[in-house]
Structure formats: C-alpha cells, structure tokens
Design a protein around this ligand. Structure first.
Ligand code: NAD
Ligand code: TDX
Length: 331
C-alpha cells in the first residue's frame, strides 16, 4: 500500500508514521507537511531513511494532486491545532483546516483515492460537569472556538464530498491525545517542560475543566482500524474513558516529578473555555473491536515525562518563545 500522510511531521502524525514503519513494513509512506512552527523534521528523524518527506502546503493544489495520484490512500492529519493560537489569529486555521481539507478532497475525488480524515471531539462543543452525558456520532455539531469551528467545517466538507461525489472517506473525532513529540504549547508538555526548566506550571482558571485523555498510540491504532475496516461515509468517535480535570492532571504531573502538588500558578482563563469533553467510544469497540492498550493513565504520563526528560534537544529550542508568547497573553 502507498500511503500519503498529511501533517506527518506534527505530534500525532509523526507517531502514526513511526508506528506504521515499525508495524507495517509493506506500507510505503509519503508525508506532506508544511513544516510550520508545529512540525519538525526531527520528529521523523528516526524513520527518515524509510519514508519520503515532502515539504509542502496542503493548499498547494498542484502538489497535492500529484502526491494523491501516486497514493492508494490518504490519512489527513494536517491542521492548525492550538485553540489559544486560534483565538489570537484565526486566519491560518481557515487556510489550513478548511481550504486545506477542500484541496485534499478535490484531489481524492479526481483520483478515486480512499481518504481518512482525522478530526476532534471539540466539534461537538462542551458538556456540563458531573453529567452522565457523553458525545456520540449523533451529537449535533456545536463548536465554540475558531479552531473547532474550522475542524467542524472540514468535517462537513468531507461528509458532502462522500454524499455528492461518492468520495470513499471516513472521519474520526478523537479526544485529547498525550505522548511523545507533542508541542510544548499544549497542556501536558507545557507543564512537564515548565518543571524541567525551573518554571511554575500554569493552570487556566480554577482547573475544573475536564478533558478525556487518550494515549497517541491508541488513537493511531484506531485510525488504522478505521482505514482498513471502517464503513465508507461513517464517523467514528475515538476515546479511552480517560476523563480527568485539568487540576488533577497537573497535580499528578507534579507528584510524578517529585514536586509539591500545589506548586503551580493560576493564570487568566481561556476565552470561551470549553468545560468538559467526553467520548462514548462504544460504536468503535462494538463494530471494529478496537480497545485502548494504554489504560493506566499514570503509567502513560510517567513514560511521557521520561520522554521529555530524555529528549530535551527536541523541545528546548521551542520553549522560550512559547513561554514569551503566553506571558504576553497573561497566561
Ligand atoms: P500538530 O499541530 O502537532 O501537527 C500538525 C501538523 O500539520 C504540523 O506538522 C504542521 O506543520 C502541519 N500543517 C499545518 N498546516 C499545514 C498545511 N497547510 N499544509 C501542510 N501541513 C500543515 O497537531 P496534532 O496534535 O498532531 O493534530 C493532528 C490532527 O489531529 C489535527 O487534524 C487535529 O485537529 C487532530 N486532533 C488532535 C488532537 C490532539 O489532542 N492533539 C485530538 C483530536 C484530533
Ligand atoms: O498552560 C495551559 N494551562 C491550562 O490549564 C494550557 C496550554 C492549557 N490549559 C488547559 C486548557 C484545556 O482545558 O488544559 C486543557 C488542555 O489544553 P490544550 O492542550 O490546549 O488542549 P485542548 O484545548 O483541550 O485541545 C486539544 O485537544 C483536542 C488539542 O490542542 C486539539 O488540537 C485537539 O483537537
């Protein structure tokens, strides 16, 4: 199989490429990635001689058309992904997430190539705390931020291209990922690297907001299951029953790193901050038999902390600029 991976130099995409090279030697991987601030060649360095990396933008229709024509399937991760950046400047989100997905769709339509589109649970908006309600495939879209609105728009384009043009696509909406190679702007790596650089971790608001955590390798195993056995036109929700408040995740990180669990700062809350995300993954489990392997969150967090300790050369060059930007925003 010749597989085109968009955004393969980012967090989830790079882990996907590593796992694919490791576990599926029959798959020929080409990555297209614009190598924005969020993508790096270093994330693919361990597999560099086993894949082809094309530096390019997914809105470059001619380039995308050429790469799609050479592929049997496309897994589409490329996107602008950080909510705080979207609040500060939404323009790149419309460009990459909406126009980028449109460009990929037009190419797979022309060449009849199978597409899996990677999306987020944030398209469903948020849920009240302490309620049994969780997101399912039938939950109406209700995005809150410019990020989730552009991801929702991209999902809608995929659905329309399936129905109107018969494009062979599936969609997955996953909860919050953690693991190696995640950019230090995101919650868990930011706090780990704050401790490692002698800074105090920063919690938005009271920390009562709940996220549903999944290890990135479990997400990527689900993507492979859907790519091989998913029903065309279907949306699958991916989650691992990992609901936790931000406060409890932060206190666990501090404890695992040998710090006082109260040694952090409360900072300005995020505008429009979604309260709670929670995925009901039963359709994926029942129909495709997928189960998460990383069911011990604390063990996964410990391994992630270890990875950041051992790979300072990967994140250190990014850290000061990220913190300077947060400081400007009072966060
Ligand atoms: P990331 O920001 O770490 O990586 C995104 C990658 O896309 C980067 O390598 C970047 O250079 C590339 N990219 C951005 N715009 C591009 C463009 N116009 N052309 C080509 N490449 C471009 O993001 P991530 O966390 O790995 O997320 C990957 C996908 O998974 C996204 O679609 C995101 O919405 C989705 N997702 C993420 C999470 C999460 O918790 N991180 C959860 C659910 C879904
Ligand atoms: O320093 C921080 N302090 C803090 O309390 C940061 C960076 C975040 N937070 C909070 C905000 C959120 O409630 O932690 C939670 C997680 O924040 P992010 O890592 O920014 O993730 P989130 O906004 O939940 O979105 C993530 O999950 C879904 C990804 O960034 C998205 O790309 C994905 O679609």
């Amino acid at each position: 199989m010749r597989l085109l991976v968009t955004g393969g130099a980012g967090f989830i995409g790079a882990n996907f490429v590593h796992a694919t090279v490791r576990e599926r030697p029959d798959v020929e991987v080409t990555v297209i990635d614009a190598l924005t601030y969020a993508g790096s060649r270093e994330s693919l360095a361990p597999v560099a001689d086993r894949i082809r990396l094309v530096a390019g933008d997914i809105t470059d229709a001619e380039l995308v058309d050429r790469l799609v024509a050479e592929a049997d399937a496309v897994v589409h991760f490329a996107a602008e992904t950080h909510v705080d950046n979207a609040l500060a400047d939404p323009a790149p989100f419309v460009h990459s997430n909406v126009v980028g997905t449109f460009t990929v769709l037009e190419a797979v339509r022309r060449h009849g190539v199978r597409l899996h589109h990677v999306s987020t649970d944030e398209v469903y908006g948020d849920l009240p705390l302490d309620s049994p309600q969780r997101f399912t495939e039938r939950t109406p879209y209700n995005p809150s931020s410019p990020y989730s609105a552009t991801k929702a728009g991209a999902d809608m384009l995929v659905r329309a291209w399936v129905r109107s043009y018969g494009v062979r696509a599936t969609i997955s909406n996953c909860s919050n990922n953690y693991g190696p190679y995640q950019h230090v702007e995101k919650f868990i790596p930011r706090q780990i690297t704050n401790v490692l650089t002698g800074r105090r971790p920063k919690l938005y608001g009271s920390g009562a907001n709940v996220r549903d955590w999944i290890h990135v390798d479990d997400h990527n195993r689900a993507v492979w299951r859907i790519l091989t056995d998913g029903r065309i036109g279907r949306t699958y929700l991916i989650g691992a029953d990992g609901e936790r408040s931000n406060l409890s995740v932060l206190r666990t990180i501090l404890r695992l790193m040998g710090r006082d669990p109260d040694d952090f700062d409360h900072v300005a809350d995020r505008a429009g901050h979604d309260l709670r995300y929670a995925i009901d993954p039963s359709a994926l489990r029942d129909e495709l038999g997928w189960r998460p392997c990383h069911t011990d969150f604390e063990a996964g967090l410990r391994a992630t902390i270890e990875w950041y300790r051992e790979n300072e050369s990967w994140w250190r060059p990014l850290k000061d600029a990220v913190e300077a930007r947060y400081q400007e925003r009072g966060q």
